[in-house]
Design a binder for this molecule. Structure first.
Ligand SMILES: [Mg+2]
Ligand SMILES: [Zn+2]
Length: 184
């Protein structure tokens, strides 16, 4: 018998969980949580979701900061969340340069595939929450539902939506995405 299906949510990092600085987050000191992030992530944790961070960090490949620093920021973020009872099940980063034409940078789906490898879950009840068109496209390409948040780059993204690339839902911030996710 297969294991019971898990509830999965993919979340972009910059501009969704933390304030997008309109440049790379190069050190932990620059990392500031979005106002709604704690409440949203706590609710999702309490409802039993497996939360995965899916993030392009081309600053590594472009030589702006090191992969070690990227992971240090991640560990500190996870620890800050854990103090509030929030569990991050996993994270996948594309660290390649923007121009590297790698196989994982969103809107490609490899980060999502690897994150949930071996996990039994229902794509129809799974969401990708992000602030950029590349997030929406990655979610759509992977066959999950998508939510655009207006934090970070979201308001700019909203202006660029096309008929071919529309999210399933648009909300002001991560916390406002939670009821939609829970209703699936
Ligand atoms: Mg983002
Ligand atoms: Zn990559």
């Amino acid at each position: 018998m297969s294991k019971p299906a898990r509830k999965v949510v993919f979340i972009d990092r910059d501009g969704v969980i933390n304030v997008d600085l309109w440049k790379y987050v190069e050190k932990w000191r620059e990392f500031k949580f979005e106002k709604s992030a704690f409440e949203a992530l706590k609710k999702l944790t309490d409802k039993g979701f497996d939360i995965f961070i899916i993030s392009n960090q081309a600053g590594v490949g472009d030589g702006v900061f090191t992969e070690a620093v990227m992971w240090e920021i991640h560990e500190k973020m996870v620890a800050a969340l854990a103090k509030r009872g929030i569990v991050i099940r996993g994270a996948r980063f594309c660290t390649h340069a923007k121009k590297a034409r790698c196989d994982c940078r969103k809107p490609k789906t490899q980060l999502l595939e690897k994150a949930v490898a071996g996990i039994n879950f229902d794509k129809n009840r799974t969401f990708f929450v992000g602030d950029k068109l590349s997030d929406l496209a990655a979610g759509k390409n992977f066959g999950v539902k998508t939510v655009l948040v207006r934090t970070g780059y979201g308001k700019e993204s909203e202006k660029k939506l096309t008929r071919a690339l529309r999210p399933d839902h648009i909300v002001d911030d991560l916390n406002a995405a939670v009821p939609f996710i829970l209703s699936a």
